[in-house]
Design a protein around this ligand. Structure first.
Ligand SMILES: [Zn+2]
Length: 304
């Protein structure tokens, strides 16, 4: 059975793994994503880790796949303006191709993740799937008519930057106001909560998304009132996804979703628009491995 060498490069951590054609992860290594002064350090560290996992014959791999958080340019094979590195472009495809002599596939992590869900997760047997992760940021991947939607440079489906809120002028990490990520991501929730508290004259010491959501779960009246605003924001995001992509199924992932399913998912569903048929809405069964498995799927499908 064929084996792909894959990496998932996050803002903080990178995971490198060998994945078999049936979706089994054979081995995995984790390390801090290099944030140094040399843009080639990332691909060098990934290459060293892949060589180590694959043993003396990395040429036994059928290909290499790399998924990254943030924008990519799949034409030049580079990460674009990575969040924790002071570079405009970080080359991935050409240095790995040079070392291994194998085809190298680069995808944004959410575009990879939707492929992972279709490969071995909640999206099997579906032709129209949207993957959404709510973690530090909010990202999405769209699979439609049997293909992942990539766009010009591989960045289609950046749903975290849909405008979903206009009353509180909450700033997003991208600098715009009212974006889904700015209001409802792990980084956005505590900021939006503070903005909302100031607007309504509440005083609260809750500082993190976890504190705010836990307080709401425990019945804190201020956090509970805010959680209803958050539910409306999430329903605006989901409703926009539904009319934009008409999916059969939406697969939600990320620690905010898995730890607070009632507040984040169930509360939002009751506010959904009903213009189009509501798709199935489920939680990812892949335990955070959707990007790694998906970029492996991309390697295998390219090989065939
Ligand atoms: Zn934004």
């Amino acid at each position: 059975m064929r084996v792909a060498g894959v990496a998932d490069i996050g803002g903080t951590n990178t995971r490198v793994a060998l994945v078999r054609e049936d979706g089994l992860i054979l081995s995995m290594e984790r390390f801090k994503t290099p944030a140094g002064t040399d843009p080639d350090e990332v691909s060098a560290r990934v290459g060293a880790s892949l060589s180590c996992l694959a043993g003396i014959s990395p040429s036994g791999l059928c290909g290499i796949g790399v998924s990254v958080a943030g924008p990519v340019d799949i034409k030049t094979g580079c990460i674009v303006t990575p969040p924790n590195m002071p570079f405009d472009q970080v080359p991935i495809i050409s240095p790995l191709k040079k070392v291994f002599g194998l085809p190298v596939t680069l995808l944004n992590d959410c575009r990879a993740a939707v492929l992972g869900e279709v490969f071995v997760g909640g999206g099997r047997e579906y032709q129209h799937v949207v993957y959404i992760t709510i973690s530090t940021g909010i990202g999405g991947g769209v699979y439609t008519n049997g293909e992942v939607l990539l766009g010009r440079e591989g960045n289609a489906g950046e749903i975290g930057h849909f405008t979903v809120e206009s009353k509180y002028s909450q700033r997003c990490s991208c600098g715009c106001f009212g974006h889904w990520e700015g209001c409802a991501s792990g980084r956005g929730i505590p900021r939006f909560f503070q903005t909302w508290c100031r607007f309504h004259g509440h005083v609260s010491r809750l500082k993190t998304a976890k504190e705010v959501l836990n307080a709401a779960s425990q019945g804190d009246p201020v956090a509970l009132e805010f959680s209803d605003v958050l539910a409306m924001v999430n329903s605006r995001g989901l409703s926009t996804v539904i009319v934009a992509y008409d999916p059969e199924i939406i697969i939600l992932d990320g620690p905010i979703v898995t730890a607070h399913r009632e507040i984040i998912v169930n509360s939002a569903i009751k506010y959904l628009d009903s213009y189009l048929k509501t798709p199935e809405i489920v939680i990812s069964p892949l335990g955070g491995n959707a990007p790694l498995l998906g970029v492996a799927a991309a390697v295998f499908s390219r090989e065939v």
